[in-house]
Design a binder for this molecule. Structure first.
Ligand SMILES: C[S@@+](CC[C@H](N)C(=O)[O-])C[C@H]1O[C@@H](n2cnc3c(N)ncnc32)[C@H](O)[C@@H]1O
Length: 238
């Protein structure tokens, strides 16, 4: 953390390194395996709410040329490919991209290795999607990120994002990882082998997010499931 309370470039680099190192164990979190197994009741709630998220994305039926930011191992990539004609997927981690490529096995996907805090779109797309990326964007970079999203989306194009619920639900992660204190946007993440990294984890308020999207030229409805997820659907104003 820099002296003025903003997130330093070193911390953003540490977060990128964390995801590179975590790539091979990443899906344990979404699939509630290993350290992320929170028992049958919480797991069942997680899977039911996750299914709702996937259905919300499916309902948009994003066609044409779609952009996915921070695609990771491909949980959302494979759903997008049900309807997209082409997909451009931008992530900083070659390890994540390798897993994604193996999972979807698709010539229609163009992978771009880039730092999303510096990357700018070279064109506008028919749809833009990002899963569990927004909570890694520091508060002071949120407006700039949303402006990048607006620049990447054609007027009338479809936007979808999904992320962590604003209630900071402890069972969303593993019991050995403490969520940030209220007001803080950094936390320590641990790999299965015990290595630790500082990362950004901001739990955005849905109303604030909708307002910031509007300011960036995006009309977005932000909703939350009962326990685990926040999601936005919308478009870019013409
Ligand atoms: C929480 S994962 C989300 C993956 C996937 N979208 C999902 O929902 O499962 C965050 C992703 O952001 C990527 N990432 C981290 N820092 C990045 C950066 N500075 N630029 C681009 N991608 C970054 C990681 O490699 C990782 O794939």
């Amino acid at each position: 953390m820099a002296a003025n309370g903003t997130v330093s470039a070193e911390t953003l680099a540490e977060m990128a390194a964390y995801y590179r190192a975590r790539a091979g164990e990443y899906d344990e979190w979404f699939e509630r395996r290993g350290r992320y197994d929170q028992g049958p009741t919480a797991n069942a709630r997680w899977f039911a709410e996750a299914a709702k998220m996937l259905a919300a994305l499916d309902a948009l039926a994003m066609g044409g040329d779609v952009l996915e930011l921070a695609p990771g191992t491909g949980i959302w990539t494979e759903r997008l490919l049900r309807t997209a004609a082409t997909l451009t997927a931008v992530d900083a981690s070659p390890e994540m991209v390798a897993i994604n490529r193996a999972r979807v096995g698709e010539g229609r996907v163009r992978y771009v290795l880039a730092d999303l805090f510096a990357w700018r779109p070279e064109r506008a797309y028919d749809g833009v999607c990002f899963g569990f990326w927004l909570s890694h964007v520091p508060r002071e970079r949120l407006d700039a990120f949303l402006e990048t999203v607006a620049a990447a989306l054609k007027p009338g194009g479809a936007l979808f994002f999904v992320d962590s619920h604003s209630r900071r639900e402890p069972t969303a992660t593993s019991p050995d990882q403490r969520l940030p204190e209220a007001g803080a946007q950094l936390m320590t993440r641990r790999l299965n082998d015990g290595r630790e990294y500082r990362i950004v984890k901001e739990f955005y308020d849905p109303a604030l997010l909708a307002e910031r999207c509007t300011a960036a030229g995006l009309d977005v409805t932000v909703r939350e499931t009962p326990t685990y997820f926040l999601y936005g659907t919308g478009t870019r104003r013409g």
